[in-house]
Write a protein that binds this ligand. Structure first.
Ligand code: PRP
Length: 185
């Protein structure tokens, strides 16, 4: 395994654990949608790493589309205002839409996007999230496929960032607290 980044206090979920869990989720999704096509909606930027692995772990025919949103900016705390930076480039009506997200924290981002996509009349709409911090929830969202439940720590890696850095770490780790001011849920 690669060495730990000097800004990381502790690795929470290793590269190997993520790979195993992603393969499990891919199998489960393939079984649930057997015989159907899936449109994977990647929520940029954070979900691009997980999406790449998840898409390859699914055996059904998949299309991939991307939506870019931001609610945190350069802050560690959600602004509560979700901004669409780039919308989907395809209609989703009549499609089995599976939203792919890296983390559900307050739930504000996902509840906003799920509402937006529901209004476009997909055949079905489900959510797959690599990680979940349920203790920080402000809006309830139903996560149909969840990779890992995380403690209330500021985590980075595997798509998760701080100021747009650390997304390329192959694991999920706790950022050293001296590098940021601790956010409140
Ligand atoms: C992060 C993350 C989720 C969202 C989760 O996105 O990727 O989309 O926050 O937080 P919430 O449940 O509290 O809404 P961010 O807005 O930081 O953009 P990014 O994906 O480009 O990092």
């Amino acid at each position: 395994m690669s060495s730990i980044h000097p800004d990381i206090a502790r690795i929470l979920i290793t590269q190997e654990e993520i790979a195993v869990r992603t393969a499990e989720l891919g199998r489960q999704i393939s079984d649930d949608y057997a015989g159907e096509e899936i449109m994977l909606v990647c929520i940029l930027k954070g979900a691009f790493v997980f999406m790449a692995d998840l898409a390859r772990a699914i055996e059904c025919p998949v299309q991939t589309v991307f939506i870019a949103v931001s609610s945190y900016g350069n802050s560690t705390q959600s602004s509560g205002v979700v901004r669409i930076l780039t919308d989907l480039d395809k209609p989703i009506d009549g499609r089995n839409v599976l939203i792919v997200e890296d983390i559900v924290d307050t739930g504000l981002t996902l509840s906003y996007i799920a509402g937006l996509l529901r209004d476009r009349h997909p055949k079905s709409l489900r959510i797959c999230a690599l990680s979940n911090k349920p203790q920080c929830r402000k809006k309830e969202v139903q996560i149909d496929y969840c990779g890992f439940v995380l403690p209330d720590e500021f985590v980075v890696g595997f798509g998760l960032d701080f100021k747009d850095f650390y997304r390329n770490l192959p694991y999920i780790g706790i950022l050293k607290s001296e590098l940021y001011r601790k956010p409140e849920c």
